[in-house]
Design a protein around this ligand. Structure first.
Ligand code: PRP
Length: 175
């Protein structure tokens, strides 16, 4: 058990929900004719995905991969591990990646390479948070919730050492 630090609200839940609505409208507009397969990366995106699909009003299918890019603490290890693989046949499917945050860009870069041999029709990217100052791998983001500075955020699915994922707001940790 790691010492608990007090979270301070950085993006309040009302603002998150407004932005999720806006993203849902953008996605609905683009995919009305052919709903995509949402591919969510666990664990961090679980809360965003759950809120997004409830307001999306599209008959989407949902699947998951579980990847890990951070070791412990706040610094990325740079290594991506597939912890839970994708089982669906995605050939000729329109895939929409659902991410909680894009930081170095390694995870989304890895996912593009991981999906390409499975021959999807298209792969687009939706992220709640984008931290462009930390980018190491270029990423095209099709739907972006918030662009944030280089601060370590927790809550609304995001963790620090597996803690704080349950918080309904996006927070920063007080020192
Ligand atoms: C986090 C987050 C993204 C990824 C982004 O996942 O959920 O998937 O890091 O970082 P990147 O752009 O530098 O690759 P993490 O590996 O911490 O696992 P988690 O989702 O289980 O928290």
């Amino acid at each position: 058990m790691v010492a608990w630090r007090t979270p301070k609200v950085f993006i309040p839940r009302e603002q998150i929900h407004g932005t999720v609505q806006r993203l849902a409208e953008e996605i609905r507009r683009d995919y009305r004719a052919a709903p995509p397969l949402l591919l969510s990366t666990l664990k961090g995106s679980f809360m965003f995905l759950a809120d997004l699909v409830r307001v999306l009003d599209l008959p989407v299918e949902i699947t998951f991969v579980r990847l890990s890019s951070y070791g412990s603490g706040t610094v990325s290890s740079g290594q991506i591990e597939v912890v839970q693989d994708l089982y669906e046949d995605i050939r000729a499917r329109d895939i929409l990646l659902i991410e909680d945050i894009i930081d170095s860009g390694r995870t989304v870069g890895f996912l593009h390479a991981y999906l390409a041999p499975r021959a999807p029709a298209s792969v687009r990217v939706c992220t709640l948070l984008d931290k462009p100052q930390r980018r190491q791998v270029p990423v095209t983001i099709d739907y972006c919730g918030f662009t944030i500075p280089d601060v370590f955020v927790v809550g609304y699915g995001l963790d620090w050492n597996e803690q704080y994922r349950h918080l309904p707001d996006i927070c920063v940790l007080e020192p």
